[in-house]
Design a protein around this ligand. Sequence first.
Ligand code: MTE
Ligand code: MO
Length: 220
Amino acid sequence: MSDDQIPADSKLTASKRRWAAEGKFLTGRISRPETERLPPGQHLVRNWPVLDLGQQPQVSLSSWRLDVLGFVETRLSLNWAAFQAIEQSTRVSDIHCVTTWSRYDNRWEGVSTRDLLDLAMPTVEAQHVLLTSYDGYITNLPLADFAAEDAILATAWEGQPLTREHGGPMRLVVPHLYFWKSAKWLNRIELIGADRAGFWEKNGYHMYGDPWREQRYSDD
Ligand SMILES: Nc1nc2c(c(=O)[nH]1)N[C@H]1C(S)=C(S)[C@@H](COP(=O)(O)O)O[C@H]1N2
Ligand SMILES: [Mo]
């Protein structure tokens, strides 16, 4: 159900109200027709490939932290217990990797990016997000895309804790962009004004990365 269908008396946070009022994030991608489900140039896989820079950090739950900073009203530095205390959500979504594989119907559990943003409260200056992970990986995306309805900070996949190789204890999943935007082992979320390139974006990948427009490389 979209925000504008939620009855007026239900629990709605200030930022959700504001997003609904601004018509933000209502891109219609949730209702994409089945014939357009597989983006151009992609093929389906049933396994789940592992892709990263080769360093798979071992982050214990006791040392794990998630920092949210930059253009926010309330800076957050959450430990595992504090993160688990945030409302937990489930999302089912498809993965589209720039290396041309796609995987349908992945069931994620964790904290929706909107619920996290409701705690930090982005200020009006916040336009983009820079993500930094425990392996040193950095990637960037617009705040509106980070805050998409189906984006989630995932701690479980198909009912099991997210494995280390796939980014456990926690990774981002932003299903409507190529999967390199979905940072594994996420540690830091910085809300910024002007867009800044991350690792792959500095190495020839597209700043935005829309699979349906095949925005694989920066000259696409
Ligand atoms: N921290 C971190 N996140 C990362 C990467 C990485 O190297 N480090 N690689 C990205 C790339 S290029 C892809 S395709 C996906 C792969 O996720 P998977 O290994 O779970 O399939 O993670 C993305 N997130
Ligand atoms: Mo990738």
